[in-house]
Write a protein that binds this ligand. Sequence first.
Ligand SMILES: O=P(O)(O)OC[C@H]1O[C@H](OP(=O)(O)OP(=O)(O)O)[C@H](O)[C@@H]1O
Ligand code: HPA
Length: 180
Amino acid sequence: MADITVHDKRFSVYLSETALQKRIKELADAVNADYAGEKVYFLAILNGSFMFAADFFKYLTIDSEICFIKLASYKGLKSSGAVTTAIGLEEDLHGKHVVILEDIIDTGKTLHYFLPQLQHQQPRSLKIVALLHKAEMTTYEVPIDYTGFVIPNKFVVGYGLDYDGLGRNYKDIYQLAEGS
Ligand SMILES: O=P(O)(O)OC[C@H]1O[C@H](OP(=O)(O)OP(=O)(O)O)[C@H](O)[C@@H]1O
Ligand code: HPA
């Protein structure tokens, strides 16, 4: 498949649409099995997860609700690092089975700072589904329950993931090309 150019960089296909859909169905099947007979409240983290969440949701057979939230990071407010707040989370999560949908976990910083906020609401359970995990880059502790693909430390775009705002609109996931 042909390379793409996003801004000034060239990217090559890394995970095809077929491979992505096959794995996403497997992830959804695992969640369907683990929560059989239960209702789950899914929290999809914008912007990157919009395509993944839409496809994943189609494979669910359990009772499922979904809410799309945007995380805002404020750096420098605390010496410990970023403080993250959720925009669009209006539901009280108390007593609910909550599952987070993320397109990628890289350093882990985003979810590491956000999870305590959710735990504070005392959900019945809280799990994480991540389509991609850049495992060697993850220095902040994040308990990932369902992982689509463990990927190397190379920048990826497509299928919702962007490089400086562009590149989200591809069906495949692309990796920064050698020498680009
Ligand atoms: O593990 P981390 O190093 O924190 O990186 C992961 C986060 O980075 C991306 O979001 P981003 O902040 O790029 O926003 P976007 O989804 O709107 O592109 C991705 O969607 C995750 O939320
Ligand atoms: O490799 C990446 N690509 C796009 N967005 C990201 N956010 C964290 N890592 C990445």
